[in-house]
Design a protein around this ligand. Structure first.
Ligand SMILES: [Fe+2]
Ligand SMILES: [Fe+2]
Length: 165
């Protein structure tokens, strides 16, 4: 990040970088599990759910990349060790059912993962509030990601509701 751009950040950058790296790890993990689930599931409703999983996985990938940009700008480095990604993640894993036709359990698991992501972003945003101008760029980025995580949870829960009918 440019000198001035970094100068205007009035938060503990070390702590912020730790939080952003943890969220970065969460995004990789979500991307991995959702893509995996899209290939794994079967059953009559599978195409709609697989499409949604792939669509949302793409957004998680974008979040990961946006967080990486911000981490670099703040003078940090996104976690490069794949084994450490899981160690530093806030939402460590998604547990899927053994049966690939149990789509209700799959949807429950991914909706829960979105709930975890919502908590993660809400927590970091809270640390930057109420004086969000202390790091405007991170604040707006996290606000944007949080609003998409809320939409993801909603999308999975809507599919779950349809499934239960
Ligand atoms: Fe995400
Ligand atoms: Fe999400």
């Amino acid at each position: 990040m440019g000198k001035k751009g970094r100068e205007i950040v009035e938060v503990d950058i070390k702590e912020l970088l730790k939080d952003l790296n943890s969220a970065y790890a969460d995004e990789w993990i979500a991307f991995f599990y959702y893509t995996w689930a899209a290939d794994f599931i079967e059953g009559p409703d599978y195409p709609t759910i697989a499409d949604e999983l792939n669509r949302i996985a793409k957004e998680e990938f974008e979040h990961m990349s946006e967080l990486a940009d911000r981490i670099f700008e703040l003078g940090g480095e996104p976690e490069r060790d794949i084994e450490d990604l899981q160690k530093i993640a806030g939402c460590k894993k998604v547990v899927f059912p053994k049966n690939e036709r149990d789509l209700e359990s799959v949807l429950n698991a991914v909706a829960k993962a979105e709930g975890c992501a919502i908590d993660v972003y809400k927590k970091i945003i809270k640390k930057l509030s109420p004086c969000y101008e202390k790091d405007l760029r991170t604040f707006h980025l996290l606000e944007h990601i949080l609003s998409e995580e809320i939409q993801h949870e909603e999308a999975f829960e809507n599919l779950l509701e349809k499934k239960r009918k």
